[in-house]
Design a protein around this ligand. Structure first.
Ligand SMILES: *Cc1c(COP(=O)(O)O)cnc(C)c1O
Length: 436
């Protein structure tokens, strides 16, 4: 009843996004509990249907946006349940998209959007630097389904035309890209695709998909620039605590039905308890965590940038970073302030590539043994600072001799800043750099 009233009395859009991250939408018809302050965990795989007629209506309504405006009829967890549905509403809201669909993992979301947008015979153009498993999905599996993937350097938009064919259906990239943090100009890609789509009918349109995991919606909202779909690994910055895996697709409402049907049949549904954790802990603290991580990352980048043993630091906030200007244009928080994120990539000096890689190994192993504030581990966007060596860990799917073609320095180190006191991280870094 009280919740019902809020539908009419409160307009959340009048409040700042920091506050909206905590409260979400003032009214949700997914919330069928009258007096809870925090959403309860829904832990029921199946739902009671009062009559055969209501059951039939539930099946008619599922993935049918034309009549979905009615109160939801929950049937079975894999089709939809309150925690996931509420999380989806809030994710769509913060990413400025029309709708969101959640998945069990980021890879579940990525494989689903590409599965929905392509069929045998189609082609995908992807940036040549990608998350390791996305690279593996595109190169190890898609040839089996007769989907051709052309990997080019999308930091130069003109490279699209080198591989564009009438079968091209998707342009896919990450910005900042994992792991080297190169930035792709969202506006330039959107304008190029708009131009190409002018001569195509609705069925053959090219869609743009951006993996926004590194930035999180706090730092960048690609849909505001005209990108069609955003995908996320909720396991990272949005989840924020390293306790739950999850993924999401955010995009135009007209795709919600087919994405829900795809999820129903391919089955990568988000666990309700994980949806609850991301909704309860992750999203409400996103602003607080991101602000701290950006502040720390900036100080660490400046420190490493002047260090004699460091060859190069890639961080969007550094004025001497090759892509700093584009980053400044498109990485902005909800108030329009520059928000360069919490990840850094840096390369240690060495007499040659081999020596630099060896220095990297020594440095990382020292950290694994002696650093209190840094943990040798994959993943990112957590409370703890995580450090890893992409060439031997997250990007080992790329053959060593091919790493440079993908603009990944074999000696490069990726640092995902956590919530520790920045000076403590700097002390541990200083000690580790003394070892080489
Ligand atoms: C982790 C990650 C993924 C995959 O997400 P999972 O939740 O691990 O499946 C995809 N893209 C990027 C950029 C990531 O960091």
């Amino acid at each position: 009843m009280a919740n019902e009233n809020k539908k009419n009395l409160v307009d959340e859009t009048k409040y700042s996004m920091d506050t909206q991250l905590i409260y979400g939408k003032a009214f949700s018809d997914k919330w069928d509990y009258a007096h809870h302050v925090t959403a309860p965990i829904s832990s029921s795989t199946t739902f009671r249907l009062d009559s055969v007629e209501r059951g039939a209506q539930g099946f008619i309504q599922f993935a049918n946006s034309e009549i979905e405006e009615k109160a939801p009829i929950f049937i079975y967890d894999r089709l939809g349940e309150p925690n996931k549905d509420m999380l989806e509403e809030n994710l769509a809201h913060v990413e400025k998209g029309e709708m969101a669909v959640s998945f069990s993992t980021g890879m579940g979301a990525i494989s689903s959007i590409l599965g929905v947008l392509t069929k045998s015979g189609d082609e995908i153009i992807a940036h040549h630097t990608l998350y390791g498993c996305t690279f593996s999905l595109l190169t190890n599996w898609y040839p089996r389904y007769n989907i051709k993937v052309n990997q080019v350097d999308l930091t130069d938009v003109n490279n699209i035309y080198k591989v564009l064919t009438e079968n091209t259906k998707v342009i896919y990239f990450e910005t900042p890209a994992n792991p080297n943090l190169n930035i792709i100009d969202l506006e330039a890609i959107v304008n190029a695709v708009k131009e190409i789509n002018k001569s195509r009918d609705e069925k053959n349109k090219i869609y743009t998909v951006v993996d926004n995991t590194f930035a999180t919606p706090f730092c960048q909202r690609p849909i505001e620039y005209g990108i069609d779909f955003v995908v996320h690994s909720l396991t990272k910055g949005i989840g924020g605590f390293g306790t739950d895996m999850g993924g999401a697709i955010i995009g135009p409402k007209k795709f919600r039905d087919i994405i829900l049907l795809y999820r129903k049949d391919f089955g990568a549904v988000l666990n309700t308890k994980s949806a609850w954790a991301i909704l309860t802990y992750g999203l409400p603290t996103l602003g607080l965590r991101q602000r701290h991580q950006i502040n720390s990352a900036m100080k660490i980048a400046e420190y490493l940038n002047q260090h004699p043993k460091v060859e190069v630091v890639n961080y969007p906030g550094l004025p001497n970073f090759k892509f700093h200007e584009i980053a400044k244009k498109q990485m902005k928080d909800f108030n329009g302030n520059f928000a360069p994120g919490g990840l850094l990539f840096f390369v240690l000096k060495g007499k040659n590539a081999e020596d630099s890689k060896e220095n990297g190994r020594k440095f990382m192993n020292y950290i694994a043994d002696y650093a209190y504030t840094m943990t040798l581990a994959v993943s990112l966007g957590h409370t703890r600072t995580l450090i890893e060596h992409p060439a031997s860990m997250t990007h080992s799917a790329i053959p060593a001799e091919k790493l440079l073609d993908h603009q990944i320095d074999p000696g490069g180190v990726r640092l995902a800043v956590g919530l520790e006191n920045t000076d403590d991280i700097l002390t541990d870094l200083e000690n580790a750099l003394k070892q080489i």
